[in-house]
Write a protein that binds this ligand. Structure first.
Ligand code: ZN
Length: 183
C-alpha cells in the first residue's frame, strides 16, 4: 500500500488523522490488534474535514502495528525513525524508564514537515514540552479500554482494545537542528 498524502487548505493531513465523515464507531475483531475485539471506526479517509489532533482509531493501530509513518502512512522499515511527543519516561511501564506514547513514529523528513505545519507541535516546542527523539528500538502495545469507555464509544458494555501505544525502548534525544528542514 502506498497511501497518498492528502492536503486540506494547503496543509498536509497526517495519514492517521480522522476525517469528519469517519465519526462512526463500532466493535469488531481488528487485524491490527491480533484479531482481538477492538473499537473500530468507519473508513472514509479524505471525506469531510480533517480532525487534526483526533487520530482515526484503526489507522492509529495500523500505523503502530505495522510500523508505518504517522504523516505519510508508508512503512518506516530501516529508515531513521523519529518520535515527536510530550511523553516522558514512565515509572510504571513494563520496564521503568521506558516511554509510552500514542503518536506513531515518523520518517525524519516527515517529522520536519509536521514541525513546519502543526501548530500544536510548534507550541509544544515553544514551551519546551516537546521531545524530539531518534528511535532505535521500540515495540507496539495495545491499550485495553474499560467497559464504561467502550459503552460510551460504541454503546456496548464490553472490554475492547482502543488505541495502540509505541513503547520506546532505546532512543537518542535530538533537537530541532538535527531534524533539519523540509527541503
Ligand atoms: Zn513518512
Amino acid at each position: 500500500m502506498m497511501p497518498e498524502l492528502l492536503h486540506y487548505g494547503g496543509v498536509p493531513v497526517p495519514w492517521t488523522v480522522a476525517w469528519t465523515a469517519e465519526e462512526d464507531f463500532f466493535l469488531d475483531a481488528c487485524p491490527y490488534a491480533g484479531g482481538r475485539l477492538a473499537i473500530c471506526q468507519k473508513v472514509e479517509r479524505g471525506e469531510g474535514k480533517p480532525r487534526f489532533g483526533s487520530p482515526h482509531v484503526v489507522r492509529q493501530r495500523a500505523a503502530i502495528a505495522h510500523g508505518r509513518c504517522d504523516l505519510c502512512g508508508r512503512l518506516l522499515k530501516t529508515a531513521t525513525k523519529v518520535s515527536l511527543s510530550q511523553a516522558r519516561p514512565y515509572l510504571h511501564a513494563f520496564k521503568p524508564g521506558d516511554i509510552l506514547q500514542v503518536e506513531p513514529l515518523l520518517h525524519k523528513r516527515c517529522a520536519a514537515i509536521c514541525m513546519e505545519h502543526c501548530p500544536s507541535l510548534r507550541s509544544q516546542e515553544a514551551d519546551g514540552s516537546l521531545h524530539i527523539r531518534q528511535v532505535l528500538r521500540w515495540q507496539a502495545q495495545f491499550a485495553l479500554y474499560s467497559e464504561q469507555g467502550v459503552f460510551e464509544a460504541c454503546g456496548e458494555r464490553r472490554q475492547a482494545i482502543s488505541h495502540a501505544k509505541v513503547q520506546l525502548i532505546k532512543w537518542i534525544d535530538r533537537d530541532r537542528a538535527w531534524l533539519g528542514g523540509v527541503a
